[in-house]
Ligand binder design. Structure first.
Ligand code: MCU
Length: 386
């Protein structure tokens, strides 16, 4: 970026530091607030109380949010792995090593018929229709981090490298797997995939995973979490308030007993989710300014009011960054869990066309869901970040 400051008689050109340098200058804390706050935390204030005023400030804020959410909810997301890979006949074979340990897994690639094809990494199998011209990369996430109830904590290929006691919950382990898939695509040829046009999807528990992968892996161009509900598009605080109103909704206190999606660290917050330093509107904020289309259902357990309010707050972050159309959420009822209904097709198509196919598609103002008054869950206003 270059600014020209015109002074009388002289023109001075000032070069702003490149992005990496500005990010390196971020002060990322190592301890995080646990102050009770029933409102959604202010995404435009650093934990030390300073205001987030610029887009560069927001990049730093995202680093602090990422550190906090890893510390309190997700567990540590390792970024030091080395990846080697081979590609042959639709199979990408990946070996990842770190700390002197290694593990191997494969993913299958289908539908990459033309050079520079976009692709969607699908957790398990895609439960959205993947259009022609977009490849599907099938990722067996359960292999990387098991999700078979409490006894499965620390099991899977991620933990073969980092140890069964590593703080990462399954959602984080899977995101690490996604990061390795992209490394592997970058290291090989012949697969026809353009690594700048990669989306990630999954439904329900795997939707939570797709959301977290989009947040943690910044090489993902489009996040497509489907019916992720609690632990994904829902905000812990809004879900607790819905539960208090008598709804049969999944909350933090239930989710930690059901499975190992989150870090063990999150157990300490399960009955006081109002003390977590962040909430999931900021999970959307971590994806910003990249593409994000959040697909939801109206099943009580998933918290339709919570996901709607939470993602409305998420869109306020995108708006503040000047890219409101890079995020949308589309909720729809009266269909089976994870059976994609035709009335969400146009919204999904627009996001895929824009962020994966590079077309000029209209993704403006996609906010569909039940009535949810976001103003009642926030006590801040979104600035225009300069
Ligand atoms: C919506 O995702 C989960 C939900 O969080 C769980 O409580 C429930 O048991 O399973 C859902 C799911 O993954 O369904 C396939």
């Amino acid at each position: 970026m270059r600014y020209s400051i015109v002074l009388p008689f002289i023109a001075v050109t000032v070069f702003a530091a490149p992005l990496e340098e500005r990010q390196a200058a971020c002060k990322v804390p190592t301890t995080f607030p646990t102050t009770a706050n029933s409102k959604l935390p202010n995404p435009f204030k650093f934990f030390d109380g300073t205001d987030v005023k610029t887009k560069a400030d927001f990049e730093c804020k995202n680093k602090e949010v990422s550190a906090a959410i890893q510390n309190q909810e997700l567990g540590v997301f390792p970024t030091t792995a080395k990846t080697t890979a081979t590609y042959s006949g639709g199979t990408l074979s990946i070996t990842a090593s770190d700390n002197g340990k290694s593990t191997s897994f494969t993913v299958s690639i289908k539908g990459a018929s033309a050079a520079n094809s976009p692709a969607i990494i699908a957790y398990g199998a895609a439960s959205i229709p993947v259009p022609a011209g977009v490849a599907t990369i099938v990722f067996n996430n359960d292999q990387i981090g098991a999700q078979q109830g409490q006894a499965s904590r620390g099991k899977g290929k991620f933990y073969d490298v980092y140890g069964a006691d590593h703080s990462a919950g399954a959602l984080t382990a899977w995101a690490w797997g996604v990061d390795r898939i992209i490394d592997a695509l970058e290291a090989t040829t012949g697969h026809n995939i353009d690594t700048k046009k990669i989306g990630v999807t999954g439904c329900s528990r795997n939707g939570k995973g797709a959301f977290v992968a989009a947040a943690l892996v910044n090489r993902i161009a489009l996040g497509i979490p489907q019916e992720s509900g609690s632990g994904g598009a829902a905000c812990w605080r809004v879900s607790d308030s819905e539960k208090a109103k008598g709804k049969n909704i999944q909350t933090a206190s239930q989710i930690v007993t059901e499975n190992v999606w989150f870090s063990k660290n999150f157990n300490a917050f399960s009955t006081k989710a109002n003390t977590v330093a962040t909430d999931h509107h900021q999970l959307a904020g971590m994806v910003a300014p990249r593409g994000l289309i959040v697909i939801e259902n109206e099943i009580d357990w998933l918290g339709p009011v919570s996901t709607t309010a939470c993602m409305k707050a998420g869109r306020l972050i995108y708006k503040a960054l000047g890219v409101p159309d890079n995020m949308g959420f589309t909720g729809s009822g009266n269909h089976g869990h994870c059976s994609f209904p035709s009335n969400q097709q146009a919204d999904l198509t627009a996001f895929i066309n824009k962020f994966l196919k590079g077309q000029d598609a209209n993704t403006a103002n996609i906010e569909k869901g039940p009535t949810a008054d976001v103003a009642s869950y926030i006590d801040w206003t979104a600035p225009t970040l300069t």
